[in-house]
Design a protein around this ligand. Sequence first.
Ligand code: ADP
Length: 244
Amino acid sequence: MIELKNVERSYKTGHTETWVLRRIGLTIKEGEFVTFMGPSGAGKSSLLNVLALLDDGWLGEYWFGETPVHSLNRKQRADLARQRIGMVFQSYHLLDDLTVAENIDLPLSYKNFPAKERQGMVADILDRFQIVAKKDLFPSQLSGGQQQLVGIARAVVHAPALLLADEPTGNLHSTQAREIMELFCQLNRAGTTIVQVTHSEENARYGKRIVELRDGWHTRDEPLPAKPTPEKTTPEKTTEVGSK
Ligand code: ADP
């Protein structure tokens, strides 16, 4: 679904050029759930922004399916992002003066869906995410976890093929974080390809593959065993954990 070849990114400050992505080669297949990890400043967000088509200043090749992103102009990239990609941010990025339903409708308003169909899609996702009762509230009237649910609803309402998330639980407490990660797993099981950036080992375990970056280099790439579901935990194991 995604192939990066020799992707490089640098920033110029005065006379110095700092390289933040170095010859990145990466293939992500449809249905994967990938986690970018690595120390602060390693280039994780920079790489996610390249994938999200939020950044134009990189070199190399980026294939999105059959589409050579590197050959597209800015408008074509923006169209591709609107059609195929959803993005979730650590600080939610909701519009404060729009209601929950209006925030979720926003990506649909950029497309040529008839208003009736849009209303139906928003109603469906409010229902799926169990936030129907919040639809007329403003973001400031919601908890952080609820705001992030709305952020994810907005990112997936147009059924993107690729969902990108930059520290999606970074501002949440652990129970809310687990709920958000469970939701990512459901979306992934339903066929959405997911790439997240996180510092959290626990969040990473919800994914199926870890890509590690260090100083802009792709230094490690390995599959993860499936996360055991609570039902599969053996009684012996539960006792062990409880006795610690
Ligand atoms: P991470 O997400 O792994 O913490 P980032 O991708 O945010 O890392 O940043 C990688 C490096 O790129 C850092 O050294 C950061 O300072 C630098 N960087 C990111 N954005 C900019 C920018 N707009 N201008 C200059 N340097 C930047």
